[in-house]
Design a protein around this ligand. Structure first.
Ligand SMILES: CC(C)(COP(=O)(O)OP(=O)(O)OC[C@H]1O[C@@H](n2cnc3c(N)ncnc32)[C@H](O)[C@@H]1OP(=O)(O)O)[C@@H](O)C(=O)NCCC(=O)NCCS
Length: 188
């Protein structure tokens, strides 16, 4: 088993097909919100820097995207990002591969200058305890984003972690200015 970083735009056709299978198998949860589905299709990952892929030989069996985008909090510009779409095919669960992918993605996000990591979590998955062990904390208020048809939407299950700017992460968590994923469309 091996984890490799694939910069944006350099994924092979074979790798993309495997990633599509992982996405369909692990990440196609229906939120019941048709506009949200469209956001997922068109905007999620719009700011991704690349992906770490988990290989079993030539086959891709896990993936996580690294994200970075310029945004602002209470007038202060900063880079928001982290990782998204952490998934491993079921036959490989419970062996620590997601942990390795998450660690690699957070290290990369730090290296490329992400100030604050952020993620929208599925509260039903039970995985939030793992994210807390990684260092994420709950944002106890809504996070806003603009969807692809220019409508403002919000999520209320968001977690935050400081990377290059830990004091800004603390400020976001401890003050109550409007927090949004990005100035442009999409989550990031
Ligand atoms: C969640 C998922 C990525 C975990 O993959 P995995 O390779 O089995 O995870 P690991 O073995 O590396 O375990 C990572 C950590 O998560 C915890 N964990 C794994 N699956 C869990 C679950 N279903 N519920 C709660 N905790 C879980 C482990 O205890 C471990 O914690 P630790 O490292 O602090 O001890 C995998 O089950 C998956 O792809 N699920 C579907 C997609 C998904 O839900 N992704 C998360 C999006 S928010």
């Amino acid at each position: 088993m091996e984890i490799k970083y694939i910069p944006k735009g350099t994924m092979t056709e074979r790798q993309q097909k495997d990633v599509d299978i992982i996405d369909q198998t692990c990440l196609s949860g229906d939120t019941g919100d048709p506009e949200r589905v469209l956001v997922n299709m068109y905007d999620w990952g719009a700011a991704d820097d690349g992906m770490f892929l988990l290989f079993d030989g030539e086959r891709v069996v896990g993936r996580v995207a690294v994200e970075k985008t310029l945004t602002e909090y209470n007038g202060q510009d900063y880079y928001l990002g982290g990782f998204s779409g952490l998934a491993v095919l079921p036959e490989y669960w419970g062996k620590g591969y997601a942990r390795q992918l998450a660690d690699a993605a957070l290290k990369k996000a730090y290296e490329i200058g992400v100030d604050v990591a952020c993620m929208c979590v599925d509260m039903n998955s039970g995985i939030t305890d793992f994210y807390q062990r990684l260092g994420f904390r709950f944002l106890n208020r809504s996070a806003y984003f603009i969807n692809w048809i220019d409508k403002e939407k919000s999520d209320d299950t968001v977690m935050i972690m400081g990377l290059n700017n830990k004091s800004l992460a603390d400020k976001i968590l401890e003050t109550d200015h409007k927090f949004h994923y990005g100035k442009n469309k999409g989550h990031w």
